[in-house]
Design a protein around this ligand. Structure first.
Ligand SMILES: Nc1ncnc2c1ncn2[C@@H]1O[C@H](COP(=O)(O)OP(=O)(O)OP(=O)(O)O)[C@@H](O)[C@H]1O
Length: 219
């Protein structure tokens, strides 16, 4: 399995009270599989994605990504996982304002020691960004910025792409075009995708849908 979660529990302590967000989540994603994660606001979708990225730790249960156990991994190991194996795309594009598009696209790949100028140029072309490489994020539209964020995440050739409402900040037409492109590139790369979305319409575009409610996942 590319991603496997078994009996994941996670809660938060707020103001002295403990809130259980995830209570026994199981999920398995095969290589190349695309899965939509839906659920009401506050149901724990982002929490779950953060655990899969090793940005936070589960209270109980076991998470494996590409054969690596995240449960007991060191911070260093988790950082390496995010650099080399897992790509992340968020609703806020999170580009680096002081870097132009070319440098933003190459940033993660450079960190991972995987920057390949030919591949980067091809990716920029596929993303329709070839003419924008020397622009800065503030000079781009929202859809263009999100295409850069997707390119940056895919440039490391991740086995797994985690996306948290990646088109949530875009108008429907732009969002649809960006989504289309992201799905195409994910398929070409043979990467797995776990994508949070509020939209049943977008969820239907992915291979499978899981729904988070009451701290558990259901099909
Ligand atoms: N760091 C934190 N500390 C305390 N509570 C938190 C923290 N992060 C999330 N929560 C709580 O955990 C619950 C789940 O939050 P999460 O962001 O995972 O939900 P979500 O399904 O992604 O919501 P949305 O669709 O609104 O983005 C919420 O009640 C939230 O307030």
């Amino acid at each position: 399995m590319l991603l496997s979660l078994s009996d994941i529990g996670k809660g938060y302590e707020t103001g002295g009270a403990r809130v259980e967000v995830l209570g026994g989540v199981d999920l398995a994603l095969a290589p190349g599989e695309t899965v939509a994660l839906t659920g009401e606001s506050g149901s724990g979708k982002s929490t779950l994605l953060h655990l899969c990225a090793g940005l936070d730790r589960a209270d109980r249960g076991r998470i494996e990504v590409a054969g690596q156990d995240l449960t007991h991994a060191s911070e260093r190991r988790l950082a390496a996982l995010r650099r080399e194996t897992v790509g992340l795309v968020f609703q806020q594009f999170n580009l680096i304002p002081s870097l132009d598009v070319a440098a933003n696209l190459a940033f993660q790949a450079r960190l991972a020691g995987r920057h390949d100028p030919d591949r980067a140029a091809k990716l920029a072309d596929r993303l329709g960004l070839s003419g924008l490489l020397s622009r800065y994020p503030e000079q781009l539209s929202g859809g263009q910025q999100q295409r850069v964020a997707i390119g940056r995440a895919l440039a490391i050739r991740p086995a797994l792409l985690l996306a948290d409402e990646p088109t949530g900040n875009l108008d429907e037409a732009t969002g649809d075009a960006v989504m289309e492109l992201m799905l195409e590139l994910v398929a070409e790369a043979g990467a797995g995708l776990l994508m949070v979305t509020h939209s049943p319409r977008l969820a239907a575009r992915l291979g499978r849908r899981v729904h988070l409610a009451g701290g558990r996942l259901a099909a």
